[in-house]
Design a protein around this ligand. Sequence first.
Ligand SMILES: [Zn+2]
Length: 498
Amino acid sequence: MEGLKWSLLALLPLLASVILFYMKTPPQKPSHSECSLLDHNDFWISSKRIVTPKGVISGAVEVKGGNIASVMEEDWQENVGTGQVIDYGEAVVMPGLIDVHAHLDDPGRTEWEGFPSGTRAAAAGGLTTLVDMPLNSFPSTVSEETFELKIKAAAKRIYVDVGFWGGLVPENAFNGSALEGLLKAGVLGLKSFMCPSGINDFPMTNAGHIKEGLSILAKYRRPLLVHAEIQRELEDIADDPRSYSTYLKTRPASWEEAAIRELLTVTNSTRAGGPAEGAHLHIVHLSDARSSLDLIKEAKNSGDSITVETCPHYLAFSAEEIHDGDTRFKCAPPIRDAANREKLWGALMDGHIDMLSSDHSPTVPELKLFNDGNFLKAWGGISSLQFVLPVTWSYGRKYGMTLEQLASWWSEKPAKLAGLDLKGAIAIGNHADIVVWEPEVEFDLNDSHPTYVKHPSISAYMGSRLSGKVLATFVRGNLVYKEGKHALAACGVPILAR
Ligand SMILES: [Zn+2]
């Protein structure tokens, strides 16, 4: 007995060293076969409709080591040699969509969405890069420390590439070193609200904070994104809270106009030679296509560095069509009347609205209060991420939108805003971020359609018939999604500004 004890004791150091070895060995990087549904790195994608900066071509794209090595028309077959070719025939091959406005709610509110479900939904929808908003996760991303938590939460849990906006809030606006710490840590720019955000640890800013923020952002040449609504006194609204028109009255277009008017008192500093030259102001989710849009046009003409986005829900829906109690449609600013929607389409087609974003802002179904249908109390935010490509296409066709415009609004302009130099176009040297889809194929978005967002039932698009089926999505050359199947491992890259 005694002898056995001693021999076990003698083994202890060996046992300890084995345990230590396993503790020290870093977790294995996923292999190529886990990151991609293809077993090869280098290949060609051919199609009769490839959307490039030079127009739609018939030809092939060569993918090598995750990047686009060549884009060829006509004689491309002669250059392929023994290379693998995936022929997509008539399907459209387009740069992957870049969504500069997504709330993935991770860490802290993963019961609302989370990095894994949100980025799987993105991959299935042809989105290859998301830029995550600094709020609705907990804590909000407003400091270097909270940004670290964000990066940790994203690590090895994202199926597409993800960048991050930081928050500009009163607490850091006048604290230059705190704000610079956040920018140096790698956020692609900042986001602020001119009205209460609905999230306690993300308070609103005023024009003073925004001016201060722009002066620091100028040094880093990064943008400030602003939710442009300012609360004004309202007459007593004693109408039925289940009626959408009641909600609409609580957030009139004059709130957007007031905010933009105030913003423009500081954006003149971004003009060439101005004190904040190099900074840029981007107005998120514009809904009012009347006076607010006129103000933005004037500012652009005066040389302010300013851009504006709108979202598919403002282009697809109108206030008149929203049924009593259907809080899936509640968002801020609200969806306005049909005449306003026509003006939004006009402005988008004419280039006065620069780009599109999802403002995917989900929650748990309970907070949508479907039983009460109370528009004034339900959580505001539209769940849309996976469907923005078919939605934009389905509703835009009647306005004569082209594939080039689609690629400009969803890839090229968003890449420029977020400073993603190697993304946003099918061009030599860029990341091979590509969506392959069939614009002519229609489908019913119902319970039997494969959806990957955490709570599909809260999406305002459920029940629609849409046009545009995603066949395949490539992120940095990895085939991350193909007809209902995802790659095994989450090999998206967190994007940090340097
Ligand atoms: Zn948002």
